[in-house]
Design a binder for this molecule. Structure first.
Ligand code: HEM
Ligand SMILES: *[C@@H]1O[C@H](CO)[C@@H](O)[C@H](O)[C@H]1NC(C)=O
Ligand SMILES: CC(=O)N[C@H]1CO[C@H](CO)[C@@H](O)[C@@H]1O
Length: 365
């Protein structure tokens, strides 16, 4: 038994070994500093360094969050019936059209930050490539997030995306699942990409007069806390402004919940997947990484693209703790919505209730 297990492990390991032996033949790049298996990727090392230092400031902050959101808003612009180029950079090149779409609220600020880098490196990368590279690098700023592949060679975009393809926070779950389903995402994949991304996210535009309002207690950690926070009982706005369409005040002061996130967490089609990610860091990271990689290839022919994943920095290991309930809250405050699995037991944070700080805005620094 032990022998046969060892033998099958060896048999399985052999092909992997030869693949990795092939893949480690790195040669020095013309810069004399970096090395790459594929010399075509050498030109990207300075781009990655520039993004890391000068766009993201080496942190999982507003600029990194914005770059990740841009990945989605560019890529989802494709439909089997209406057309569109998917992950083609059209949101940058045809911004005069795409920024008029209501769902792209706030993308103007993201393009103000990312756009100059796209222009600076226009002779190295197409806008579609650049947006996906920036998204992959943004994830390497966020502890717990996966290191995802990056492939290069997306052609220049040829037209703006048709309107109406980017989901909005007040859409119902039927229409959200249908929109993602059209481009090949299962309900479970939708939960992974939406929940995972919104674990490092906040609202800069949809909450009146406020910026950087986090979606969970830990917006600079890619963790599973969002899957808890979104399931807490909501409360009404207490600031006299009232909830806007598509959002609700939450039980965690300082955060805001998108209606679509709240519904995904509770809908019979998605609630069990949503709950399944609570405290399952590596499952989330893997499923999210696969989902974002799939987004990055929408509308593209993968076989025509060159694998430059080797330029993507290492992931930052998860440093946070287990997901917890906010001070004073118990499992009774969770609106558990999966009939087939018990909600996992969680510790309650000690001390008096706190308010989650806003995410500092990139334009502040
Ligand atoms: C049902 C699908 C989705 C809806 C309705 C949705 C909606 C929103 C909204 C309304 C915001 C706040 C915008 C603002 O006020 O500035 C937001 C932020 C964000 N979204 Fe989504 N989203 C969805 C899916 C995704 C996906 C699939 C990704 C990435 C893979 C993503 C990444 C982000 C990020 C990173 C932010 C934070 C941006 C920042 O903090 O600057 N979202 N989303
Ligand atoms: C969901 O939204 C779509 C589009 O607005 C609408 O046609 C449909 O009737 C809604 N479905 C439900 C179940 O509310
Ligand atoms: C307008 C609104 O959202 N009202 C809600 C306030 O909170 C109570 C109790 O949770 C709800 O029943 C109301 O619908």
């Amino acid at each position: 038994m032990a022998f046969s297990r060892a033998l099958s492990a060896l048999v399985l390991a052999l092909p992997l070994l030869s693949v990795s032996a092939l893949r480690t033949k790195r040669a020095l790049c013309p810069d004399g500093v970096n090395s790459a298996v594929n010399q075509a990727c050498c030109a990207l090392f300075p781009v990655v360094a520039d993004l890391t230092e000068n766009l993201f400031d080496n942190e999982c902050g507003d600029a990194a969050h914005g770059a990740l959101r841009l990945v989605f808003h560019d890529a989802i612009g494709i439909s089997p019936t209406l057309g569109g180029g998917g992950a083609d950079g059209s949101i940058f090149t045809f911004s005069t059209t795409e920024l008029t779409f209501h769902a792209n609220i706030g993308i103007d600020d993201v393009l103000d930050q990312v756009g100059p880098f796209i222009t600076k490196y226009a002779d190295v990368l197409s806008p579609g490539d650049f947006i996906q590279l920036a998204g992959a690098v943004s994830l390497t700023q966020c502890p717990g997030a996966p290191r995802i592949p990056f492939v290069m060679g997306r052609p220049q975009p040829i037209a703006a995306s048709p309107p109406g393809l980017v989901p909005e926070p007040f859409d119902n779950i039927t229409s959200i699942l249908q929109r993602f389903g059209e481009v090949g995402f299962s309900p479970a994949e939708v939960v992974a990409v939406v929940g995972g991304s919104h674990s490092v996210a906040g609202a800069d535009d949809i909450v009146p007069n406020q910026q950087g309002v986090p979606f969970d207690q830990t917006p600079s950690l890619f963790d599973t806390q969002i899957f808890v926070d979104v399931l807490l009982r909501g409360t009404n706005f207490t600031d006299g402004q009232g909830a806007q369409q598509g959002e609700s005040e939450t039980a965690v002061a300082g955060t805001v919940r998108l209606q679509s996130d709240g519904l995904l967490a509770r809908d019979p089609r998605t609630a069990c997947t949503w709950q399944s990610f609570v405290n399952q860091q590596s499952q989330l990271s893997t499923a999210f990484g696969q989902g974002v990689t799939k987004l990055s290839l929408l509308g593209q022919t993968a076989s025509k693209l060159v694998d430059c994943s080797e330029v993507i920095p290492k992931a930052i290991a998860f440093t946070g703790g287990a997901a917890t309930l906010p001070p004073g809250q118990t499992l009774q405050d969770i609106q558990a919505s999966c009939p087939t699995a018990a909600f996992p037991k969680l510790a309650t944070q000690p001390g008096p209730a706190t308010t989650v700080s806003p995410i500092p805005q990139a334009t502040d620094s």
